[in-house]
Design a protein around this ligand. Structure first.
Ligand SMILES: [Zn+2]
Length: 181
């Protein structure tokens, strides 16, 4: 997570701030050397004085006395994560969520069909809205067990829905045409 270039190169805290942190939270360690201060400053380059102070306070006095910069960074990360989860508003429903809801709805419909033993009768019901162009069965009537018509055209009924495929196609086309207006 890089925010700006400057934060990556220039530490957010001054040497005086690091010194202040060390003397406040590690009073027994004596005056920190310049090398120590610089090392802490660069390890904690992305952290502000306030964040470090809060992280050290959260650790409690005894653990703060021996805390490493890495532990402070971990504490700041936890605090930042907690902040984003509480302040960021709930995201709106994404397209992926919508698709998942739709899929779950479709699965529910499938279960209802299965429970009512309608599984493939949906195709039959749809096809029977129109007359069969192949066997000439009237709307609402089952297809005749015909596999070749007078012109010599061959077509087999679907083994489950018992309708001629061209009838189902015609019904689907009629439905699409009727609903797209
Ligand atoms: Zn038919």
């Amino acid at each position: 997570m890089t925010t700006t270039r400057s934060t990556a190169t220039e530490p957010k805290m001054s040497a005086a701030e690091v010194r202040s942190l060390l003397s406040t939270f590690r009073p027994t360690s004596g005056t920190p050397s310049d090398a120590t201060v610089e090392a802490w400053r660069h390890t904690l380059a992305r952290c502000t004085f306030g964040e470090c102070q809060a992280a050290l306070l959260a650790l409690g006095p005894s653990r703060a006395r021996t805390a490493t910069p890495e532990q402070i960074i971990a504490g700041i990360r936890t605090a930042r994560a907690a902040r984003t989860t509480t302040t960021v508003p709930r995201p709106r429903v994404s397209d992926a969520d919508r698709a998942a809801f739709a899929a779950s709805g479709a699965r529910g419909i499938e279960r209802v069909y299965a429970a009512m033993s309608w599984t493939r009768n949906h195709d039959r019901a749809l096809a029977q809205r129109v007359a069969c162009p192949f066997c000439r069965a009237l709307p609402g009537r089952l297809c005749r067990p015909l596999s070749r018509d007078r012109s010599g055209r061959a077509e087999r009924r679907d083994s489950v829905s018992l309708v001629h495929p061209s009838r189902l196609e015609r019904a689907c086309a009629a439905e699409d045409g009727g609903e797209r207006r």
